[in-house]
Design a protein around this ligand. Structure first.
Ligand code: UGA
Length: 440
C-alpha cells in the first residue's frame, strides 16, 4: 500500500502500517524529507516514532520515494496530505490533495478493474469526499473511503495503533459498493479490529464532520475554561478548582479543561476556522458565530499573558531580560505551528525585551525561522539573570524545576505560569512572586 504525503500524519501512518505487517511505500514531493525517512531518520520529534520507522525500513517493509511511478503495484492508497488554512481566507487549501489525485490517477486507470482502495486521511471540508468520489467514479474497481485520523502529536504512534475509534465514510453505508470498500479497509485494520477498536461506517459527510466537530469541540472546551479563568482573576476564584469540580461531572469530563495561554498547533486552530468557513458557505453563518468567539478568546489569551508580563515589569520591557520556557505548541513535539508560546516570545522580543527562549526540542526549527530571536540551550541558561520567567510549554523538565535552585539563577524572582502546571504555593515559599492565569 502507499501513503501519499509524508508529513506528520503520513509518516507516522506509514510506519504504523508497516509495524502491523503491511508493505508500505511513502510518497512525498519533499526530497530531503524522503531522504531522511528512507534512511530511517525521523524528520521531526515524536516519541516512539524513530523506533517504528527504523524497524520498518530495516525489515524492508517500509520504503519511501518521490516517484509516483513506484506506487503502480499498490492495492491501497492513503491520502495523508496537508490541508492548511488558505492564505486568502479561513477555509482549507485542498491543492495538495488535488495534485496527489492528478499524480495517482494514471496508476488507478492502469489497474484494469482490479479492486483498489483510496483512503482519505486528511482533514477536509464537508463535501470534499463526495466530489473526489465523483472524480474517481469512471475508474472501474476503485473505491473511496474517508477515514479521518484522530492522532495527537506526542502520542502519534500509540494513537494510530490504538485509536478510540475508526470512522469509515462511504458513499452510501447500505450500498453494495460500501460492503466491498469496508471489507478491504477492515483487512488493512485487522489487528486493530481484533484488539477491539470500535469501527463506525457512516456516509462521507458524517465522516468529514466527525473530524472537524471533534477538534472544534475540544477547542470550545479550552476557550470556555479560559473565559472562566478570566472571571476567576476578576473575582478571586481559582480556575483549577472550578475545572476539577466541573470535570467530576462525567457529562463534562476532566480533560481539555486546563486554562492558560490557549491552544495552538497545526490542527485545532485550522479546523475551527475551516468549519466556520464551510458552515458560512453552506448558509449556517449565525449558528457558527460562536466559533469565531472561541477563536477570539483563544488568541486573546496571548495578549492577556503579555499584559501580565508587562505589568510584572512595571510596563518597561526595553532591554529587560525575560526567560521564556517553551516554544512548541505543546510538550513532546518540536511543532511550533501557531504556537502560543512562540508567538508570545516573539511579541516580547518585538517590544524590546531581552528574551532568552528555551525548548528541549523546538529550537533548531525556531533558529532557522527566526534567527534574530535569542535562544538558550537549557532552562538554566535562560533563567540566568532573568527579571521575569514565563513558563509557556509544560515540558516535564519545566514542571519539575526546583524553585529554590531557580531562585539563585534569576536576578528578580518573578514567574508567570502560562500553563497552570506549577504549584504556585511552593514557588512563593521559595521567595518567588508566582502568577498564574485564573489561579490564586
Ligand atoms: C488535536 C486533537 O487532539 C487530535 O485528536 C487530532 O487528531 C489532531 O488535533 C489533528 O487534527 O490531527 P494536537 O494538535 O496534537 O491534536 O494537540 P492537542 O493535544 O489537541 O492540543 C492542542 C492545543 O490545546 C495545545 O496547544 C495544548 O496546549 C492546548 N490545550 C490542550 C490547552 O490549552 N488546554 C487543555 O486542557 C488541553
Amino acid at each position: 500500500m502507499s501513503v501519499i504525503g509524508c508529513g506528520y500524519l503520513g509518516a507516522v501512518h506509514a510506519a504504523s502500517l508497516a509495524q502491523i505487517g503491511h508493505r508500505v511505500t511513502g510518497l512525498d514531493v519533499d526530497a530531503d524529507r524522503i531522504g531522511a525517512l528512507a534512511a530511517g531518520r525521523a524528520p521531526f520529534h515524536e516519541p516512539g516514532f524513530s523506533e517504528v520507522l527504523a524497524r520498518g525500513v530495516e525489515e524492508g517493509q517500509l520504503s519511501f520515494t518521490v516517484d509516483p511511478g513506484d506506487l503502480a503495484g499498490c492495492d491501497v492508497h492513503f491520502l495523508a496530505l496537508g490541508t492548511p488554512q488558505r492564505e486568502d481566507g479561513l477555509g482549507a487549501d485542498l491543492r495538495y490533495i488535488d495534485a496527489a489525485l492528478d499524480a495517482l490517477e494514471p496508476h488507478l486507470r492502469s489497474r484494469a478493474g482490479r479492486p483498489t482502495l483510496v483512503v482519505g486521511k486528511s482533514t477536509v471540508p464537508v463535501g470534499t469526499a463526495r466530489r473526489i468520489a465523483q472524480r474517481l467514479a469512471p475508474l472501474p474497481g476503485v473505491h473511496l473511503v474517508w477515514n479521518p485520523e484522530f492522532l495527537r502529536e506526542g502520542f502519534a504512534v500509540a494513537d494510530t495503533l490504538r485509536p478510540d475509534r475508526l470512522v469509515y465514510g462511504v458513499a452510501d453505508p447500505n450500498g453494495a459498493d460500501a460492503a466491498v470498500a469496508v471489507a478491504l479497509l477492515d483487512a488493512v485494520h485487522r489487528p486493530l479490529l481484533e484488539a477491539g477498536v470500535p469501527r463506525l461506517v457512516v456516509n462521507y459527510e458524517s465522516a468529514e464532520l466527525v473530524k472537524v466537530s471533534a477538534n472544534s469541540f475540544l477547542a470550545t472546551k479550552i476557550s470556555f475554561i479560559n473565559a472562566i479563568a478570566e472571571l476567576c482573576d476578576i473575582t478571586g476564584a481559582d480556575v483549577s478548582d472550578v475545572a476539577e469540580a466541573i470535570g467530576m461531572d462525567d457529562r463534562i469530563g476532566p480533560k481539555f479543561l486546563r486554562a492558560g495561554i490557549g491552544f495552538g498547533g497545526g490542527c485545532l486552530p485550522k479546523d475551527l476556522r475551516g468549519l466556520i468557513s464551510r458552515a458560512g458557505e453552506l448558509g449556517a453563518v449565525d449558528s457558527f458565530a460562536f466559533l469565531r468567539e472561541i477563536d477570539a478568546i483563544n488568541t486573546g489569551r496571548r495578549e492577556y499573558a503579555l499584559r501580565l508580563a508587562r505589568r510584572a515589569l512595571d510596563g518597561r520591557l526595553e532591554g529587560r531580560r525575560v526567560a521564556v520556557l517553551g516554544a512548541a505548541f505543546k510538550p513532546d513535539t518540536d511543532d511550533v505551528r501557531d504556537s502560543p508560546a512562540l508567538d508570545i516570545a516573539l511579541r516580547l522580543h518585538g517590544e524590546g525585551a531581552d528574551v532568552r527562549l528555551a525548548d528541549p526540542a523546538a529550537l533548531p526549527g525556531v533558529r532557522r525561522r527566526y534567527p534574530s530571536l535569542p535562544t538558550a540551550d537549557t532552562a538554566e541558561d535562560a533563567l540566568r539573570g532573568a527579571e521575569l520567567v514565563l513558563l509557556l510549554t509544560e515540558w516535564p523538565e519545566y514542571r519539575a524545576l526546583d524553585p529554590v535552585r531557580a531562585r539563585v539563577l534569576v536576578s528578580r524572582p518573578v514567574i508567570i505560569d502560562g500553563r497552570g502546571v506549577l504549584d504556585l504555593g511552593s514557588w512563593r515559599d521559595a521567595g518567588w512572586e508566582a502568577l498564574g492565569l485564573g489561579r490564586r
